[in-house]
Design a protein around this ligand. Structure first.
Ligand SMILES: Nc1ncnc2c1ncn2[C@@H]1O[C@H](COP(=O)(O)OP(=O)(O)OP(=O)(O)O)[C@@H](O)[C@H]1O
Length: 695
């Protein structure tokens, strides 16, 4: 299924199949389906109904243990099967070698015990042969060489397996981000889910949660094997029915300190539990740090004198975090008394030692072996405990990762409803009936009862006051967002039946808050039609149509000039050599490039609709007129002059709006007036007032 990796090297995937199943929703009357998403959500609910902040550790309660078991069934098995499928041979090898290496300490102890015994017989009886001792030392040497060769091979093999898994997980993460649409990503639950999913992904690089790599799930098996091998060794030393009591005492004294630690101090340092307040403070502290470090915010930080506010907010949040860490530390230090108690219990292990000494077969070697084995059991059990606790937390982050994989973009139509977009010869028709939309978390709708018709090939100007809903309407028409109420038909088909990807192939747009990419001019323009990015003619034509030739010609490296912008859309790596080709642009120049980007596909015959949201707000009056002339030309057939594309533009310049066939005047989220420029002037309503005020 996965074409990710072929032998030896990681290959870039041609196509990765990611199962994107819709989240299971319980049917009426049926028992609720426990999808991974449901389980993840349930694990975040605190007893008082509050939600855990993303990344917070789950308590070790019975209900969480049950949830963890469901996750193991619904997601962990599937996840590990995928990981195993990436590198079946190497993963099998890694698991086998981990188990084999876990027996090494017991073998090492046994080998050293033999040497000690040989030395003991040298000291006590003189009945000793050099050849036997040399033989033992040589065997020990070979064993050590074998161990280190195997260790280094195991380490390099593990790197390959972990890298493959890391690449897979990161790829799925990236895929999630580019696949999900705005309505899905703006859902607060989805945002939290993706944050925990990110933590899981980052744990592969050792920076997610604690120091646990998800492959430590496998290490549990080796730790158990190590404990078993030591116990067998202890058993062989204390063998025989009469010595079982000695063995039981050994195990009891070895594991007692462990239980004292487990029950006495449920929160070890590696498992810091933040309270919701502390987690919020940790989050705020990070946000403030980002504000201080991110160059994009620098001008406004300076202009509005935010430095002190950032510092104060950061300091108070940091104090909460440090206080929490300090009290954690204090709790940890109280462990010392418990450890002393543990040390006391350690002493109990000397009792079986004394009992062993009384048996005739006891040698110095076996005593050393016994003692080191008991210590190893304690150490391995401690590791097992710590790893198990980390794994317990990791399971919930893994569930976020698995649930994230199954997230379905909200705008995606059901397979049975999907209709492919049919290009119209003379441009798109739009029929909007009673459209309403409220932004998530807002109480007031941004759009209410919007109704209008746009015939094929018509030009519509949307005008109105600030905040009246123009850009919101544009995003709904562009299928970037989905309306809550009403109906919207494009070419007589419900817009919800179009796959957004297919629909977007048939339109082009300039957004009010267009992106300024910190990359070359070529890429800034070419991103409008990625397939044509390498085509010099397409890029030059688009630039020419946007009348941006002059700008490009004056840039030191022309199309190859890297445009400087303090934004997080940065597409260049810091440290790469492009910095010498960096050049800044004015607001108007950036705007022309964004228009050129839209023009990259505007000429294409399959494009039915051109939508421009304030495309010329930074341009002078003459440049504005020229751009609108060009837009008008593009929307017509060069041969016949007939309209081939419908055109919508949003503008505050009413001298431009009068060029349109229809004008929609927006007020308070709705279209209050609709008609031709002349009709609206005749009405003497809001549009007429606005128009006169702009003259
Ligand atoms: N992401 C958002 N979340 C919440 N509310 C929003 C969001 N974007 C816009 N709004 C609100 O929706 C309403 C309409 O905003 P919109 O951007 O559509 O207005 P507009 O007519 O385009 O304004 P302008 O002329 O200033 O560009 C406003 O009240 C605005 O505050």
């Amino acid at each position: 299924m996965y074409q990710l990796f072929k032998t030896g090297r990681i290959l870039f995937p041609d196509d990765i199949y990611i199962a994107a199943e819709p989240l299971a929703s319980p049917e009426k009357g049926a028992a609720p389906v426990r999808s991974t998403y449901d389980v993840w959500l349930a694990s975040r609910v605190l007893p008082r109904g509050e939600m855990l902040v993303p990344g917070a550790h789950r308590s070790l309660s019975l209900s969480n243990v049950k949830l963890a078991c469901i996750i193991i069934q619904t997601c962990a098995v599937d996840f590990f099967t995928h990981i195993f499928g990436l590198r079946p041979v190497r993963t099998t090898l890694m698991m086998s070698m981990n188990i084999l290496r876990s027996v090494f300490p017991a073998v090492r102890g046994y080998s050293q015990a033999l040497i000690i015994d040989e030395l003991q017989s040298l000291i006590t009886s003189g009945d000793f042969t050099w050849s036997r001792l040399l033989n033992l030392v040589a065997t020990e040497l070979v064993r050590r060489i074998f161990e280190s060769v195997l260790d280094s091979f195991a380490a390099s093999n593990e790197t390959v397996v972990v890298d493959s898994a890391k690449f897979y997980v990161e790829y799925v993460q990236m895929e999630q981000r580019v696949r999900l649409d705005i309505p899905t990503l703006s859902d607060p639950a989805v945002r939290d889910l993706l944050q925990e999913s990110d933590l899981f992904a980052r744990s592969f690089s050792g920076s997610g949660f604690g120091l646990l790599s998800p492959l430590d799930f496998i290490h549990i098996i080796s730790l158990v094997t190590e404990i078993i091998s030591h116990l067998l060794l202890i058993l062989s030393l204390t063998g025989g029915a009469t010595h079982y009591g000695v063995l039981l005492l050994s195990i009891f004294s070895a594991t007692l300190p462990l239980f004292v630690t487990w029950f006495g101090c449920p929160q070890t340092h590696s498992e810091t539990l933040y309270s919701p307040r502390e987690a919020r403070a940790a989050d705020r502290q990070e946000k403030m740090r980002n504000l201080a470090y991110n160059e994009a915010h620098r001008p406004e930080i300076e202009l509005f004198g935010l430095g002190e506010w950032i510092l104060k907010t950061w300091a108070s949040a940091r104090k909460v975090v440090l206080d929490s860490e300090q009290s954690q530390h204090l709790r940890d230090s109280s462990l010392i008394s418990k450890l002393n108690f543990s040390d006391f219990l350690f002493a109990l292990q000397n009792i079986p030692l004394v009992l062993l000494l009384q048996t005739s077969s006891t040698s110095l070697g076996s005593l050393t072996l016994y003692r080191s084995s008991v210590q190893s059991v304690i150490l391995a059990s401690r590791n097992l405990l710590a790893t198990s606790r980390m794994v317990f937390q990791g399971i919930f982050f893994m569930s976020a990762f698995c649930a994230g994989k199954d997230l379905k973009p909200k705008l995606q139509p059901k397979l049975e409803d999907a209709v492919s977009y049919q290009t119209s010869v003379s441009g798109a028709t739009i029929r909007a009936r009673g459209l309403s939309y409220t932004y998530p978390g807002c109480s007031e709708p941004a759009l209410r009862d919007v109704t209008f018709d746009l015939q094929s090939g018509e030009t519509l100007a949307i005008v109105g006051y600030n905040g009246s809903g123009k850009s919101t309407l544009a995003k709904i028409l562009l299928r970037i967002m989905d309306h809550d109420l009403g109906d919207l038909f494009v070419n007589d088909i419900d817009i919800r039946r179009y796959d957004p990807f297919d629909y977007h192939q048939h339109l082009t747009a300039v957004f009010q808050g267009f992106s300024k990419f910190n990359t070359t001019v070529r890429e800034n323009v070419g991103l409008g039609r990625v397939e044509k990015m390498r085509s010099q003619t397409s890029i030059e034509t688009a630039i020419h149509l946007a009348e941006a030739d002059k700008i490009v010609n004056t840039l030191p490296y022309g199309l190859r000039t890297v445009l400087q912008t303090p934004g997080f859309e940065s597409m260049s790596y810091s440290g790469c050599t492009t910095s010498s080709r960096q050049h800044g642009l004015s607001g108007g120049e950036w705007q022309r490039l964004s228009i050129a980007r839209a023009f990259m596909r505007a000429n294409e015959p399959q494009v039915d609709l051109l939508l421009f949201d304030e495309p010329t707000s930074s341009l002078d009056a003459q440049a504005q007129r020229q751009i609108f002339d060009t837009i008008e030309n593009i929307s017509r057939s060069p041969a016949t002059g007939a309209k081939t594309k419908s055109l919508i533009f949003i503008t505050h310049r009413l001298s431009i709006a009068r060029r349109a066939d229809k004008v929609a005047m927006m007020e308070n989220g709705t279209i209050s007036e609709f008609g031709t420029h002349a009709e609206l002037l005749e009405k003497s309503g809001s549009y007429a007032a606005l128009y006169r005020a702009s003259e």
